[in-house]
Design a protein around this ligand. Structure first.
Ligand SMILES: *[C@@H]1O[C@H](CO)[C@@H](O)[C@H](O)[C@H]1NC(C)=O
Ligand SMILES: *[C@@H]1O[C@H](CO)[C@@H](O)[C@H](O)[C@H]1NC(C)=O
Length: 188
């Protein structure tokens, strides 16, 4: 083996041993798991929808909840927003913000909650999002249904008039009364 080859091999294995800094897939707000679960339980009260029971019994409720603000796939088309969150995280300035949970919306594929970030604007900074409807996904029925579909479901529900009603056919929704949690800005 030539020495230069040996050297590059040695460098490669060295590089593999040093943990590389993972690049950001999305910026979002991580939400406290137990608070979300408690708010869901309180909102359903004694009328737990069969779809939620199904998600629970098949272990398809997310183990942690987040609100996506911008995904890396939008980092070029919305480079200003991407940079904004990158800087905000780097500066370690305002990273906690109230998040209001508005409605639980679901069909036979997934369940999501539309949210309002910083409803009274008390954080002092902006919270732009590239999603049409800012939301958190509660769970999807199986792995082939991706959480990214939540945005489509909520856009459809809103364009159909944001109808409130528990109904296992079509799209169902209930209101969450005064449900608030604290979100933490995170680079995922
Ligand atoms: C996942 O769920 C969807 C919607 O119910 C269904 O159409 C699809 O066949 C399921 N896929 C798997 C792999 O179970
Ligand atoms: C309830 O189900 C009916 C069909 O049985 C449907 O037309 C209606 O849109 C559903 N309502 C909601 C709120 O999902």
């Amino acid at each position: 083996m030539k020495f230069s080859n040996f050297l590059s091999l040695a460098c490669l294995s060295l590089a593999a041993a040093v943990p590389t800094k993972r690049s950001t897939t999305y910026f979002g707000l991580s939400l406290p798991t137990q608070d979300i679960r408690t708010n869901l339980d309180n909102s359903f009260s004694s009328n737990v929808p069969p779809f939620f029971q199904k998600l629970q019994s098949t272990n398809r409720v997310q183990s942690s909840f987040h609100v996506t603000l911008i995904h890396v796939t939008d980092s070029k088309s919305h480079s200003d927003i991407w940079k904004y969150y990158k800087d905000l995280v780097a500066k370690g300035g305002v990273t906690q913000v109230p998040v209001q949970l508005n409605h639980i919306v679901w069909d036979d594929r997934l369940m999501a909650v539309d949210v309002t970030v910083d409803p009274e604007g008390t954080s002092g900074v902006q919270w732009p999002s590239t999603n049409d409807v800012t939301h958190t996904t509660i769970g999807t029925v199986n792995k082939s249904v991706k959480p990214v579909e939540s945005n489509d479901l909520l856009v459809q529900w809103k364009s159909d008039g944001s109808v409130i009603g528990i109904n296992d056919s079509g799209v169902s929704a209930i209101s969450m009364q005064n449900a608030r949690v604290v979100g933490t800005l995170t680079a995922f």
